[in-house]
Ligand binder design. Structure first.
Ligand SMILES: C[S@@+](CC[C@H](N)C(=O)[O-])C[C@H]1O[C@@H](n2cnc3c(N)ncnc32)[C@H](O)[C@@H]1O
Length: 208
């Protein structure tokens, strides 16, 4: 509720407390009611406000990308720590979605180049926009297409990160509505046992 109110009033959440006695104007109240209704219909908060924080950076999100999850921050951290001290390293993010992993690794590893691949053009549009806005510049290179076939064959990587789709197809109908109805199916469905992408990674990552 506080986050929705802060969004309506266009102020940081902490500032709500500095304006504790402020009475909402009727249009603000209307706006807030509409957002509360959307949330009551199980639309994720991050979609309503249009962004989420990941490793301290603000990423824009919409229905074309998975909402970055807090546990994925651990993967980003493992990768940038691994790259510490390596000059001009190269990383690959397989299934970049919003770009949260690729862009964070690039921002935390100032001499690294991060390649990011996704099969969804709509997701890549969000990732490119995030990269531009967060100032990752040309150190994040986006590739559109199906897995490793989209990545130039002559590239070698110091580290590969991926948060691939890993939900077993039959489990998808049982997920919470916030996930099932709002995260893209392409980001969730990992095949019959959920492990399709892990098998692909194991098979294709060592090519060349
Ligand atoms: C679980 S989401 C992860 C997004 C982001 N890395 C994150 O952690 O928030 C998986 C991503 O893989 C992409 N994807 C699915 N199939 C793919 C494929 N065959 N090749 C490349 N990307 C794929 C989806 O479009 C989706 O953006």
């Amino acid at each position: 509720m506080e986050l929705l109110l802060a969004h309506v009033l266009k102020m940081a959440r902490m500032k709500l407390y500095l304006n504790f006695d402020r009475v909402l104007k009727e249009p603000e109240l209307e706006n807030l009611r509409a957002l509360v209704m959307r949330r009551a219909e199980r639309e994720p908060l991050q979609h309503i406000v249009g962004s989420t924080s990941f490793c301290g950076f603000e990423f824009q999100v919409n229905r074309n990308v998975l909402i970055p999850r807090p546990e994925t921050e651990l993967l980003a951290e493992r990768a940038w720590k691994f790259l510490e001290g390596r000059e001009s390293a190269t990383a690959l993010d397989f299934g970049t979605g919003s770009g949260c992993l690729a862009i964070t690794i690039a921002l935390k590893s100032p001499t690294a180049t991060v390649h990011a691949v996704d099969v969804s053009e709509a997701a890549l549009a969000v990732a490119r926009e995030n990269s531009l806005r967060l100032g990752a510049g040309e150190r994040v290179v986006f590739h559109s297409g199906d897995g490793f076939s989209a990545v130039p064959g002559d590239l070698k990587f110091d580290v590969l990160v991926s948060n691939p789709p890993y939900i077993a197809s039959a489990e998808i109908p049982t997920l919470e509505p916030e996930v099932r109805d709002f995260d893209p199916m392409l980001a969730l469905d990992g095949g019959a046992d959920g492990l399709d992408f892990y098998r692909r990674l194991a098979r294709e990552a060592g090519r060349g």
